[in-house]
Design a protein around this ligand. Structure first.
Ligand code: NI
Length: 133
């Protein structure tokens, strides 16, 4: 991929903030940091559309909560067309973490993540996005 240079005008405060960001995240230079920020934003935009994207849904919950496991399984079967695989970790005696790898229309993945996170007893639920096409 060819690289194009272009000039950017920034307020001094914003430039200071960028330099701080570069140091904190150990980027090689400002260009790398800006590239990362732009990519991240564009991917977020894509997430709102009907483009096909890949990502993961992380859930943390207590499996002892009544009917919780059944509800999660039922939902996952309803959305089997976008679920690639899932991994279950027994974190502690009362705590489970599930990571579900998903690929499909961004809007459908968002709905699935919302439904899973809304199940009573889920302590934490998060959809992470990346790009598939
Ligand atoms: Ni478990």
């Amino acid at each position: 991929m060819s690289v194009v240079r272009f000039g950017v005008s920034l307020e001094k405060e914003l430039l200071n903030a960028l330099d701080k960001f570069v140091i904190q995240n150990q980027y090689t230079n400002r260009s790398q940091a800006i590239r990362h920020l732009i990519n991240k934003n564009l991917v977020s935009d894509k997430w709102k559309t009907d483009n096909v994207v890949a990502g993961s849904i992380t859930l943390v919950y207590d499996h002892h909560k009544r009917d919780l496991s059944n509800k999660l399984t039922r939902l996952q079967h309803d959305y089997h067309d976008v679920i690639l695989s899932l991994q279950h970790f027994h974190l502690e005696h009362d705590l489970c973490m599930e990571i579900i790898a998903v690929k499909g229309k961004a809007s459908r993945l968002s709905v699935l993540a919302d439904k899973l996170t809304a199940v009573k007893g889920i302590q934490h639920g998060q959809l992470t996005m990346s790009v598939a096409d």
